[in-house]
Design a protein around this ligand. Structure first.
Ligand SMILES: Cc1cc2nc3c(=O)[nH]c(=O)nc-3n(C[C@H](O)[C@H](O)[C@H](O)COP(=O)(O)OP(=O)(O)OC[C@H]3O[C@@H](n4cnc5c(N)ncnc54)[C@H](O)[C@@H]3O)c2cc1C
Length: 315
């Protein structure tokens, strides 16, 4: 029995685990190692680390976490979760573990365009998030791969930085009407209903995208808007309320509608940034730890201090 189990070892989960450990709560971090930005060479905008390699950020945070004796870490996947009395039981690669608090920091799963050599370029010349990587598009020619209802606004958004934007719909029909096309055209955005077959150039040196019938479209960066899905399966099993988009809904303490179950990071609604995920992890971790104040908790945790609620606040 642990005081808390944290599912997911990205910025949200590692930060939540760190704070639980700082409150001397025994905490198990379980991580399947599929961090969303594992493809990326440089992430941007993190306080005092801009730019930074996401892999190096994770390695540093993991090393710092390992210094806390109250935290343990396991590589693996949590396949199920259930409520058992006042505790939670999760199954980690066939082994059951239980805890008084559960933090879900499971992130989201992205859908990718089906383009040959996609992962040779993803995270270096091909991105999905204008906030994260739009600045690097400044003065450059950009191709947007996309066919969902957001593709037109996504393309216009990139004109905050880019010199030119061309939409490629992967051979599907453009999902807007004539007036959308006219608006795009008025800003010089071309729409090509063709299949993108491959990227031209080495990783970090994109020169063009090659289309099936329209030849090559020169560009230095490509962005895509396809879809992403919050990994909310465990939350669903626990009866946690999800948004229409499948995000795990939490209150200002990071707690869900199921008492004792918290969530943080990309799996919750809001901006999807490392800094935001880490901040939400801190909120969830500290809130979960403080909710255990005065309780004995797991046998491996030290004797807790007295319950602060024993003392009435002075006038
Ligand atoms: C291409 C790209 C570029 C980006 N650039 C930037 C940037 O420049 N700046 C910025 O701030 N942000 C950037 N981001 C966003 C940033 O990566 C995310 O906001 C951040 O990683 C979210 O952290 P998280 O902890 O919520 O989720 P993640 O980092 O995705 O971690 C979730 C973890 O949970 C694990 N997991 C899920 N389910 C289970 C389970 N059942 N059992 C065990 N483990 C599980 C996963 O394997 C994964 O390791 C970028 C993202 C992408 C994809």
């Amino acid at each position: 029995m642990y005081d808390a189990i944290v599912v997911g070892g990205g910025p949200a989960g590692i930060t939540a685990t760190t704070w639980l450990a700082r409150y001397r709560r025994s905490v198990l971090l379980v991580d399947a190692g599929q961090q969303r930005n594992r493809w990326v060479d440089s992430s941007h905008g993190y306080f005092s680390r801009d730019p930074a390699s996401p892999g190096e950020l994770l390695a540093a945070a993991s090393e710092q976490l390992a210094a806390y004796p109250y935290a343990s870490r396991r590589a693996g996947s949590v396949s199920s979760a259930r409520v058992s009395g006042d505790a939670f039981v999760v199954t980690v690669d066939g082994v059951e573990e239980s805890a008084l608090r559960l933090i879900l920091a499971t992130g989201v799963e992205d859908a990718f365009p089906q383009v040959e050599g996609f992962f040779d370029h993803y995270g270096a010349g091909v991105f999905h998030c204008p906030s994260c990587d739009g600045y690097e598009a400044e003065g450059r020619n950009v191709v947007v791969l996309g066919w969902n209802e957001y593709v037109a606004s996504f393309a216009l958004n990139l004109l905050d930085w880019a010199a030119s934007v061309t939409i490629v719909t992967d051979g599907r029909s453009f999902p807007g009407d004539g007036s959308d096309l006219a608006t795009l055209a008025s800003f010089g955005v071309r729409v090509i209903e063709d299949v993108c077959e491959s990227f031209v150039g080495p990783r970090g040196g994109l020169r063009a995208v090659r289309l099936r019938t329209h030849g090559e479209v020169p560009c230095e960066l490509a962005f895509f808007t396809v879809a992403h899905r919050p990994r909310g399966g465990l939350a669903e099993l626990l009866g946690v309320t999800l948004s229409d988009e499948g995000c795990v809904l939490v209150d200002e303490n990071g707690e869900t509608n199921v008492p004792g179950v918290y969530a943080a990071g990309d799996v919750t609604p809001g901006m999807q940034l490392i800094q935001v995920a880490a901040a939400e992890g801190a909120v969830a971790g500290i809130s979960a730890a403080q909710s255990l104040r005065g309780t004995r908790g797991a046998p491996s945790s030290p004797e807790p201090g007295p319950d602060p609620d024993l003392v009435a606040p002075s006038e």
